[in-house]
Design a protein around this ligand. Structure first.
Ligand code: ADP
Ligand code: MG
Length: 329
């Protein structure tokens, strides 16, 4: 008798869920990115019970009956077919793990309808097992309801932070998705209170809707995004938003380039508002450093540093000159 055995799917899904679903915010990120991959023009997220109960409604392409049953299987994805696709990604998702993982540690209901089908379909799952299926009538798109997240993983449940912390994380995740996907309208409700609302009418409207009129007024467009002037200084670095190839990331290199560009203008402990959309050939980026934490490494860190520093310094300096000229006149 061997001692080693291949784990049952329901066990391996729970283990995978440990990585995919660190907290309610990371689960919501996965769901939003699925909606974006499905081409949704609008995404609404309702959160209750510390983030353990979530309802997401999108206007994406939806799923047919067969896909609805498949989408909760492990390693089931419509986004890649072979090895080559992994290095040429055009979607957020590709692992085919999120829904299987989320389903395994919650009670989940998915309803969906595609454009070319008369009826919609709905499945209920309990800890990853389908318990019910029915045909329904609904609009094109998908609705996912998650209840009692972590109900069968008590250790995870213990790591859930207090409501204000979990809700702040969720708000931040939705805001970051909305700030990049500015042609999509987002709505986030926390215990019935709408805390994020964008209309999907371009970047400047989105900045206005997410951060308010003062931020928009004091921000200037430049080649890599937007930079905020000295009226927008903050006491932490959280207002430096960086996206590489469309994904929100953390990069010490980018952060340093931004801070160094502002250098002479910053006093100790003050940080600028900036949005950086940096695009680079995928083979010059190592995205696997920390997939969930979104820490990124570049093959040529110095080159990236210099490019961002130059562009931003140039923009800030140009603005300085403009102001001093207008003052003289
Ligand atoms: P991945 O996103 O890596 O493919 P997921 O487990 O997140 O894996 O989703 C599995 C599949 O389910 C996706 O590839 C997609 O075909 C389908 N799917 C998930 N969410 C949606 C959605 N909101 N609208 C349409 N299809 C979806
Ligand atoms: Mg996904």
């Amino acid at each position: 008798m061997s001692r080693i055995r291949i784990l049952d799917e329901s066990v391996s899904n729970i283990i995978a869920a440990g990585e995919v679903v660190e907290n309610p915010a990371s689960m919501i990120k996965e769901l939003i990115e699925n909606s974006l991959d499905a081409g949704a023009g609008s995404i609404r997220v309702e959160v209750k019970n510390n983030g353990r109960d979530v309802r997401l409604v999108d206007t994406g392409m939806g799923m047919g009956k067969e896909d609805l049953f498949l989408c909760v299987e492990r390693h089931a994805t419509s986004k890649i077919k072979d090895k080559g696709d992994i290095f040429n990604l055009t979607s957020y998702g590709f692992r085919g793990e999120a829904l299987a993982s989320i389903g395994s540690i919650s009670k989940m209901i998915i309803s969906s309808k595609t454009n070319d089908s008369k009826t919609g379909h709905k499945i209920n799952l309990n800890a990853g097992k389908v318990t019910k299926y029915e045909e329904i009538s609904r609009a094109v798109g998908t609705e996912i309801v998650i209840k009692d997240l972590f109900f069968n993983t008590p250790a995870r449940l213990k790591f859930l932070r207090k409501k204000s912390t979990e809700y702040a994380r969720i708000r931040e995740i939705v805001l970051k998705e909305a700030l990049y996907n500015t042609e999509v309208s987002f709505s986030l409700l926390l215990d019935g209170r709408e805390v994020v609302k964008t209309s999907g009418r371009g970047i400047e409207n989105t900045i206005l809707e997410l951060f308010g009129r003062n931020t928009l007024k004091n921000s200037t467009k430049f080649s890599l995004g937007y930079w905020g002037n000295m009226n927008l200084l903050k006491s932490n670095k959280d207002s430096i938003y960086t996206y590489v190839n469309g994904r929100y990331v953390k990069s010490k290199t980018i952060e340093k380039a931004v801070l160094d560009a502002y250098y002479t203008k910053l006093t100790r402990g003050r940080y600028p508002f900036a949005i950086i959309f940096f695009d680079i050939s995928p083979d010059l980026v190592d995205i696997n450093v920390h997939p969930s934490k979104k820490i990124i490494k570049f093959v040529d860190e110095d080159g990236v540093y210099r490019e961002i520093l130059d562009c931003l310094t140039d923009a800030i300096y140009r603005d300085d000159r403009k102001n001093s000229i207008s003052l003289k006149i």
